[in-house]
Design a binder for this molecule. Structure first.
Ligand SMILES: [Ca+2]
Ligand SMILES: [Ca+2]
Ligand SMILES: [Ca+2]
Length: 463
């Protein structure tokens, strides 16, 4: 109750009614932050559950095994070795080591801020560097807020943080924390991104969304940056993109978009929010998923300097702020001007679009033939809506998707038959996927209508 006492003290010192209301607002925000957000995770009561809620696959040659369960909203996993991985819980700030399906220990606990999409959000383990094989670096991304007392009141001081830890392989704890990147988190509380990946050159990539300026935070100013394609916006501050850095937190070579920090850290921009990135291990290309505003969810091939178009373009549509309808974006349209950082940034249309949002999350390339040749090297995408896992074949050039019928236009329109890409369903909120050292597809289910999150494994029926 220390915060409450501070607040009461604060409000006593400032008897003006308006200040009192302001303090009361902050109290409500702090105590009940979750009810204020627009992206509340829906949760069903136990009575609303039914047999159809259980995860299922559409390929009878495959089956689902439960690897571990009983977690509170797990958000990410990363393999340490055979049948051994680290698992994050969004709201507890705990990172667990799971061995043969059992929780071995908590390797680190972090104090995280948890409103809406804030929390412990991403993990990656660096294993390419042979010298660090026994004590690999573990990268964690999380939101944290502290209360800062100012002259007039108490205000939150929040950030999104990328920390590098070393795994002590004897004691199995994370040690030597190093803050390698501090990113903004205001106004928020959602669109923090947080997914981390590492390329073949050992560079670290992390997603971060626009942190909800604009419509959701009408009275907040100062968050409209050029990274959101606002022509007269402020200099990018790290939001709305995919950020690339070395494992020591330095820019990689010359910046793609500019020389100054943090513009020199951007690998891509114009991104509203992303919960999924992965490298195609065949081509080396980066791909992402992006969440649109009720329409225009995307899958993108992310080439260096990609401008994904937000907040002028989403999906294949230009944003129309005055009317509730969407008009297809034409790149020759002189009325829509995008920020290009002196020609260094380049807009590219998505490789796939959902007209109606499904909340795409994790994206992964299946570097394995253990599920059968038809799935080898393919893209899998998790989602929020109905817990569906999507499956995509790539075209031969590995730069586009191979689709037929209603989806040949690369748009999942509202009335389209999408059965060719629907691989599984009822996985709750799919927050992460990974290919195990056993070659099977692992799925982290953040929530399945109860408070119980789980890790599943997809294997052949014959196993
Ligand atoms: Ca886009
Ligand atoms: Ca295939
Ligand atoms: Ca279509």
């Amino acid at each position: 109750m220390q915060k409450l006492e501070l607040l009461i003290h604060c409000c006593r010192l400032l008897p003006l009614l308006t200040i009192f209301i302001l303090c009361f607002f902050f109290f409500i925000l702090d105590q009940n932050g979750q009810i204020l957000g627009q992206n509340q995770i829906p949760s069903k009561s136990i009575n609303e559950r039914s047999i159809v809620d259980y995860p299922s696959l559409f390929d009878n040659n495959l089956k689902i095994e439960t690897v571990a369960r009983g977690f509170a909203f797990p958000t990410g996993m990363a393999f340490l070795g055979n049948n051994e991985f680290l698992l994050l819980e969004k709201n507890t700030g705990n990172v667990y080591r799971i061995t043969d399906g059992n929780v071995s220990n908590v390797v680190v606990h972090l104090n995280v801020s948890i409103e809406d999409e804030r929390g412990l959000l991403g993990i990656a383990i660096s294993k390419n560097d042979k010298s660090k094989q026994d004590n690999p670096f573990v990268f964690l991304y999380f939101t944290s807020c502290s209360q800062v007392k100012t002259d007039s009141c108490i205000s939150p001081n929040c950030g999104n943080y990328l920390y590098r830890y070393k795994l002590d392989a004897d004691k199995y704890v994370l040690v030597e924390p190093e803050l390698i990147l501090e990113l903004p988190s205001l106004p928020g509380p959602s669109h923090n991104g947080g997914v981390i990946d590492i390329d073949n050159e050992n560079n670290v990539y992390v997603t971060i969304g626009d942190l909800q300026p604009g419509a959701f935070n009408k009275n907040q100013t100062g968050f409209d940056t050029m990274a959101q394609n606002i022509l007269n916006g402020t200099v990018p501050d790290g939001r709305a993109g995919i950020i690339r850095l070395t494992q020591d937190g330095k820019p990689v070579g010359d910046g793609i978009l500019g020389d100054d920090f943090p513009l020199n850290m951007y690998y891509a921009y114009g991104i509203r929010n992303s919960f999924g990135i992965d490298f195609d291990y065949i081509s080396g290309n980066l791909w992402d998923t992006e969440n649109g505003p009720r329409f225009g969810d995307e899958i993108n091939l992310v080439e260096p300097g990609l401008n994904s178009g937000w907040e002028k373009v989403q999906g294949i549509w230009k944003l129309n702020q005055t009317k509730n309808k969407n008009v297809t974006y034409d790149q020759s349209d002189e009325n829509i001007k995008l920020v290009d950082f002196d020609g260094k940034g380049k807009y590219s249309a998505p490789e796939f679009v959902w007209e109606k949002s499904i909340g795409p999350t994790a994206l992964i390339f299946l570097e394995s033939d253990k599920l059968g040749a038809e799935y080898k090297n393919d893209i899998f995408v998790g989602s929020v809506e109905k817990g569906i896992i999507y499956h995509f074949d790539l075209a031969d050039d590995r730069k586009s998707l191979s689709l037929t019928g209603d989806l040949a236009d690369l748009v999942f329109n509202k009335k389209d038959n999408g059965s060719q890409i629907i691989f599984g369903q009822n996985f709750g909120i799919v927050t992460d996927m990974a290919v195990g050292t056993d070659g099977y597809l692992y799925v982290v289910s953040g929530d399945r209508g109860t408070d119980e999150g789980a890790v599943y494994r997809i294997v052949p029926n014959t196993k």
